[in-house]
Ligand binder design. Structure first.
Ligand code: SF4
Length: 685
């Protein structure tokens, strides 16, 4: 049981919602949160916070919190002791390993949890179970960023800090609606645009930033690669590039130039719906601005060709010489969840050890083996979508789901639920009885971010401290302690007596983080990785002297446009885009248990008024949305933010399960699902 801090009045911590990483102060009174205030010292938020981080904390003391382990008893989950729950896990997972081998077990780690907990989870799977079957939800959001940025620049992180927004002469925002999904960064972008920077927005929806932009390219969903290639071609034709940078620091220009011959503005217009004059103006604004900066989101990555999207977007920064310089700029993914960057940094990935060292690299394995005192498996494990397929064909028998509501958030929910049902044994570690927890054999009650001790890494690679302000409720435990107890139940010992010790151990196996420790973060404040020694101040801007690719040069990528996995047709004539809204967060498990519910009590289907009129739908009417995989009913919201033929909904409400509709198409490189293009039909209810 986690011990409450002694007489806390105000606890400095980091927001547990989105990847911006706002510094917050939690004011505690009478055993609960009195209020949360944004910390003026926070380097990213500088005294600001949004409606989630500032006000949506009531979930932590909700009567719905899980306060005791649960064990399946027929159709119901019955309260149980920790001893019984852990003994059952040891027996059942141990039995699966004994009968089918360690690769019949897999874990989905948590982007909501701390670095230290993610480090322990991947160590549990590799060192105790003996498999690389561990993944995290970056698989379903920013895996194409990791793959694309690594291929282009050599490291899997965004290249520049948030501070560079204020230095940018042009901001190119692609596939992101930060006003709603990353509000504090959205506000910084808006402020910068209002104070003189040019703003180019590439997004099918007319978002708040799109309405403010100098140029809005309303590209059809699935057409990013064509648009980015079109911009690159115009920049090359017009000489809006940096020849010195290209000669000294980049490879691949000739092959790219040849590829771009196929991307005339007229062809791009056919593929994307973007008019040639707008494309030319966007290229001019980005290509001629001082220090142009690219910021992008899941509208670039969550596609069947998401990694190609990241590569062709990175091409623009390389052509312009706007990456790897002290001046700013760069290519910067807006990470979704609070610690999705850190979960991957810590090696909760099937092919990468802590610090992005491949499991196939004998030296990297040897280093972990030396520190952990056991061999490390060398074969890459299963990615999350592969886990579901493996469960259905019998290769995977036991699944440990930590802090992810996969039955609601992963695509094609029917397939996910069938996979969970097919497993012999499912463990779910959660704070509420989510749709996923309801399907588990054992449920372990964990801690909310307000009860955690450790660190998160935000979207611009900043390690920041997370400190406990509340005790865990009932007999719920710190997740760090739970993972250690599961290891013990399986006959293992993860060491690392405290979260600080776990980060210290991670620093010994991952050179990228060798200089990071709790003591240093407490003393000096946030640190950017890479931070390779205790006197390394960290690197807010990457690749200043050379890129981290094998030859030290940035890599341009020549990519053809390929169609999305699913296109609208006569039977399913509309394109559904899914995403987030301002007041809620992901599965809504937390925000629906706060006053934010009153701000948006139910899900809507956003659609153009003309589409609604053609279907005889009024604002507020019930509309049935059907894809090839299922149907849900939502309330129509008529808005000219949407283009004709396109509709939008979020996945915050389980009763309007958007992911019953989404397709199983995935990025060909990373298996990231195509959440942004689903062909649907609409019908008034
Ligand atoms: Fe939290 Fe993100 Fe809002 Fe900041 S912008 S308060 S990190 S949800």
């Amino acid at each position: 049981r986690q011990v409450a801090p002694v007489s806390p009045i105000a606890v400095d911590t980091t927001c547990g919602y989105c990847g911006v990483g706002c510094a917050l102060t939690v004011h505690v009174a009478d055993g609960g949160v009195d209020q949360i205030t944004p910390d003026r010292r926070g380097p990213v938020n500088r005294g600001h916070a949004c409606v989630k981080g500032r006000f949506a904390y009531g979930f932590a003391t909700s009567p719905d919190r899980l306060t005791t382990p649960l064990i399946r008893d027929g159709d119901r989950l019955a309260p149980a002791s920790w001893e019984d729950a852990l003994a059952l896990i040891g027996e059942r997972i141990g039995g699966v390993i004994g009968r089918h081998g360690p690769d019949a077990v897999a874990a989905i780690s948590s982007a909501r949890a701390t670095n230290e907990e993610n480090y322990l989870m991947q160590k549990l799977m590799r060192a105790v179970v003996g498999t690389n079957n561990v993944d995290n939800c970056s698989r379903i959001c920013h895996a194409p960023s990791a793959a694309g940025l690594t291929a282009a620049f050599g490291l899997a992180g965004g290249t520049n800090p948030a501070e560079d927004i204020e230095r940018a002469g042009c901001l190119l925002v692609a596939g992101a609606n930060p006003t709603e999904a990353h509000p504090v960064i959205g506000a910084r972008i808006r402020q910068r645009a209002l104070s003189g920077a040019k703003l180019v927005v590439i997004d099918p929806r007319r978002t708040e930033l799109a309405a403010l932009a100098d140029v809005h390219l309303a590209a059809r969903p699935g057409s990013n690669v064509a648009v980015f290639n079109g911009l690159a071609r115009i920049m090359l034709e017009q000489g809006w590039t940096d020849p010195g940078f290209l000669a000294d620091r980049a490879d691949g220009l000739d092959i790219l130039r040849e590829q771009l011959r196929r991307f005339s503005p007229e062809r791009v217009a056919q593929l994307s719906g973007v008019a040639p004059p707008a494309l030319r103006e966007a290229a001019r604004l980005y290509g001629t601005a001082q220090t142009p900066m690219i910021i992008y989101g899941l509208g670039v990555t969550e596609h069947a060709h998401g990694t190609d999207g990241v590569r062709t977007l990175a091409n623009l920064a390389i052509l312009r010489g706007a990456v790897g310089t002290q001046h700013g700029g760069g290519v910067n993914p807006l990470r979704g969840q609070n610690n999705v960057q850190g979960a991957s940094d810590m090696g909760a990935l099937p092919d990468l050890l802590p610090g992005y060292r491949p499991v196939a690299d004998a030296q990297a394995r040897a280093r972990c083996a030396q520190v952990w005192g056991c061999p490390v498996p060398d074969r890459a494990g299963l990615r999350i979508p592969e886990m579901f397929d493996a469960a259905l064909d019998g290769r995977l028998r036991a699944l440990y789901v930590f802090g992810e509501n996969i039955a609601q958030t992963d695509p094609d929910s029917g397939h996910v639920r069938a996979a969970l049902a097919a497993c012999e044994f499912v463990v779910c570690q959660e704070i509420f009885l989510t749709d996923t927890a309801r399907l588990a054999d054992v449920v372990l009650p964990g801690a909310s971010f307000l009860e955690k001790d450790g660190t998160f890494v935000n979207f611009d690679r900043r390690f920041q401290r997370v400190r406990p302000a509340l005790p865990t409720p009932g007999s719920a435990r710190a997740d760090f302690a739970i993972i250690q107890a599961v290891a013990a139940a399986l006959g293992g010992d993860l060491g690392c007596a405290t979260p600080a010790a776990a980060l210290d151990e991670c620093a010994r196996v991952a050179p990228l983080f060798a200089g990071v420790s709790h003591a240093r973060l407490d003393r000096e404040g946030p640190l950017h990785w890479p931070c390779r020694s205790t006197d390394d101040p960290g690197q807010p801007r990457l690749h200043l002297r050379s890129f981290a690719t094998p030859n030290g040069r940035a890599q341009l990528a020549a990519r053809e446009w390929l169609p999305p996995g699913e296109q609208p047709d006569e039977a399913y004539p509309y394109v559904l885009i899914t995403g987030r809204r301002l007041t809620h967060y992901n599965a809504g498990t937390m925000t629906r248990r706060t006053p934010n519910l009153a701000l948006q009590p139910h899900e809507t289907l956003d659609m153009h008024p003309a589409d609604a009129a053609a279907l005889g739908l009024r604002d507020g009417a019930a509309v049935e949305i059907t894809s090839r995989r299922g149907s849900v009913t939502a309330t129509a919201r008529l808005t000219s933010e949407m283009a004709l033929g396109q509709v939008f909904m979020a996945f915050h409400f389980p009763d309007v399960a958007a992911n019953l509709l989404t397709s199983a198409a995935v990025d060909e490189v990373t298996s990231c699902p195509e959440y942004k293009v689903t062909a649907v039909q609409l019908r008034p209810r």
